[in-house]
Design a binder for this molecule. Sequence first.
Ligand code: SF4
Length: 222
Amino acid sequence: MANLDDMKDLHQGAVLKRKDGTCSVMARSPLGEVTPEQLDTINAVVKEFNLSGVRMTGRQQLELKGIPEDKVEAVIERLGVVGTAHKYLVQACIGITGCRLGMQDSMAMGAKLEKFLDRFELPWKLKSSVSGCSMSCAESYVRDVGLVGKKNGWVVLFGGNAGKGARKADVLAEDVSDERAFEIIGKALDFYSENAKKRERTAPFVERVGIEAIKEAVFGSA
Ligand code: SF4
């Protein structure tokens, strides 16, 4: 029987145990995109294993539900790749590639942000998103790290949270390039990693240390 704890090569959240004892497996859908071939495979797996269905999660992942624990390994093998390809999941709206209001390429930036975040070992989970304009359809203002596209570049946001104790993120910078946005995010996350308590999300961290301390860490030596 598959031991879920042994599936170390899968990123966190790729397989979840549900209250009813069944498991869920997340098919890989980077930035919410799924190819026709992947959809065919998912459909075939659902039928083959007689699963109860598929759900689109709030984090843009396709969840295959109702999998008996002893079938998880076989489902994963049949699906191919599951979960996120990167350590920290990033959400993104379609941005200029498909939305008339888009100001920046949020999909491309989201893909770059996923890779960029792989270098960090953070104290606790990190939710991030990239929105192509100020409408913020990817909810960037309530993410630990958020980016919002404007005509002249990106707004960089830090310390947001959409859950209990919701907090609107602070603006660290506006009208910055891709490269500058990553420099700022990197410095903010380094400071967070060095000073946060274990399992302290960015929102309570910002409340505790103050946004000015974070700005000083980010821009003090810039
Ligand atoms: S945030 Fe802006 S660019 Fe992205 S989907 Fe919404 S309206 Fe379109």
